[in-house]
Design a protein around this ligand. Structure first.
Ligand SMILES: Cc1cc2nc3c(=O)[nH]c(=O)nc-3n(C[C@H](O)[C@H](O)[C@H](O)COP(=O)(O)OP(=O)(O)OC[C@H]3O[C@@H](n4cnc5c(N)ncnc54)[C@H](O)[C@@H]3O)c2cc1C
Length: 313
């Protein structure tokens, strides 16, 4: 791929929306990582179509970025096209008071915004999203969950644009069954862009919804650290919790360079100012090794690590 030609064609389709060599730290909650070669910010369906036509021809590596709250890009950066949704993809459509309590949200809507807007409208069931600092697209891709619920429990359909598909096959609506959602899993591929999703709720008193939202916010503040992190680093093994295993292995406070295992929640790793993605990645490997030695359990990362620089590349 010639990045220069690709970037030029994209810039012609998306004036003022394409930038080169953008530090990934600006796009993620870890605030680390090297540059993405091409960053395209897309504000509406026509722009996404234009992007898809160029991308389908050049077929570069693609990284759709939501709130960057589950992503670690290596210090060597990402040598492809990163796509960020904005504008029309940030809208929430609430039902009329007498209509069925379904909410439609664009792929870029922050999950806490979705939770609060639904609660204000007296639509119950989406409160758990207030504690997850991702986007609607990221939630569908990851089947994000917490407080006893997962995206699969409330999702009805997702509208998806496959950037590498041709013409008519590019846009499709997948039902929740067709998305193959499991524990932090879906069949949303790297070239799929979730542009919107529909969620089912139920009617309730807005004050009762707001109280549940407030309780989740309170619980998160009490149990989870702030600062630069990406939530749970490892998936919970069947019947156990990764945080418990890390804590039981005596690893709270373990540090590699600027990355440290949180004292507040052992499955959260924090990146200090000046930390690198390699620091975080090395801490992930070190914790994995020590937990395996201490408990015999091989932890599997939930954090998605992409791009170059993890292996010296
Ligand atoms: C403090 C903190 C607490 C957290 N707590 C939880 C929790 O309780 N439960 C939980 O499940 N997760 C939690 N997370 C992790 C994270 O918020 C979720 O995984 C979330 O779903 C990621 O959404 P995102 O928009 O940030 O996705 P990103 O991190 O940007 O991307 C994650 C994946 O989704 C893809 N993606 C993003 N947007 C789209 C889109 N529009 N279309 C297609 N693919 C897309 C990306 O390509 C990537 O593969 C937490 C993170 C933090 C920082």
């Amino acid at each position: 791929m010639s990045t220069a030609v690709l970037a030029e064609e994209l810039a012609a389709r998306l004036p003022r929306r394409v930038r080169l060599d953008v530090p990934f730290g600006d796009l993620s909650t870890y605030r680390v990582g090297g540059p993405v070669a091409v960053l395209a910010r897309v504000t509406n369906t026509a722009e996404l179509e234009g992007l898809a036509e160029v991308v389908a021809r050049h077929r570069p590596p693609i990284l759709v970025v939501g709130r960057g709250s589950n992503l670690l890009v290596g210090d060597g950066g990402f040598a492809g096209v990163a796509v960020v949704l904005e504008g029309e993809f940030e809208s929430v459509e609430l039902p009329a008071p007498d209509a069925e309590p379904a909410v439609r949200a664009g792929g870029a809507v922050p999950l806490p915004v979705l939770a609060r807007r639904a609660a204000d409208a007296g639509i119950a069931g989406l409160e758990f999203f207030v504690g997850i600092p991702g986007s609607v697209g990221g939630a569908v891709r990851m089947n994000a969950g917490g407080h006893g619920r997962e995206t699969v429990d409330v999702l009805r359909t997702a509208a998806i644009v496959d950037l590498l598909a041709d013409g008519a096959a590019r846009s499709a609506r997948r039902s929740v069954e067709q998305l193959d959602l499991g524990y932090r899993h879906s069949n949303v591929s790297a070239s799929d862009v979730v542009v919107s999703a529909e969620f089912d709720g139920s009617r309730d008193d807005p004050a009762a919804c707001a109280a549940r939202v407030a309780e989740i916010v309170r619980w998160r503040r009490e149990h989870q650290p702030g600062g630069a992190n990406a939530g749970s680093v490892f998936r919970n093994p069947p019947g156990d919790s990764a945080g418990r295993l890390i804590d039981a292995s005596g690893l709270k406070g373990l540090r590699v360079g600027g990355a440290i295992v949180s004292q507040k929640h052992a499955n959260f790793f924090q990146a200090d100012a000046g930390a690198t993605a390699a620091d975080v990645a090395r801490l992930v490997t070190e914790v994995q090794r020590r937990v395996a030695d201490a408990t015999g359990v091989q932890l599997v990362p939930e954090l998605l690590m992409v791009g170059n620089g993890f292996d010296g590349s």
